[in-house]
Design a protein around this ligand. Sequence first.
Ligand code: DER
Length: 231
Amino acid sequence: QSDESSKRRVAARALAFVEDGMTLGLGTGSTAKYFVELLAERVRDGLDVVGVPTSERTRAQAESLGIRLATLDDIPELDLTVDGADAFDPALRLVKGGGGALLREKIVASASARMIVIADASKRVAQLGRFPLPVEVNVFGLASTTRKVERAAAEAGAHGPLALRRGPGGEPFVTDGGHLILDCRFDPIPDPETLASLLVAIPGVVEHGLFIGLASAVITDGAAGIEVVER
Ligand code: DER
């Protein structure tokens, strides 16, 4: 299972990829939180970097720690994004979105020359599907979009129940972008590429948590210690 020391170790290892003067995408989640924390220590020691946060909560954390921030409008192309993942497979295909930030995370990752994923051993899977796939949808036409997502998944050989993500009080979870999230228990996901292309063709789907061809490497922490898995 995930443990905090393992998350901190993989976050620390990611710092080795950060060079002075870099523009960085700052990820979201409990592992990325350690990366931002450790990066701030290096900034206090004089490291000169600019960060583009992938969520309001990462922005708040980075700001409070004194990391210089910018937007993708200021810097349309970044050197490196460091972010977590809910699952990664041998081809470094990811499921992301457990923290609800997948849209900005994917926009920032795709604007970066490289994406380094920091993920403890519990995220390593042989096949994607065990972690529910988040699909970010527009609130308009939700029931119709939900049906289309089910049909698209079936066409891609993925089956299972979908659930609207709700907050602690039972209210629908709303993303930084003002959208809703369907958590899709498609287990397994036999053909991620086909599922990804079918999902984005649905008008009410804003984005999905399959990150394919974006991760340059995954830093993970297994029995043999820290391991950098290159694509
Ligand atoms: O929401 C996200 O995509 C996060 O990066 C998530 O995938 C990883 O969060 P964790 O580091 O808290 O497990």
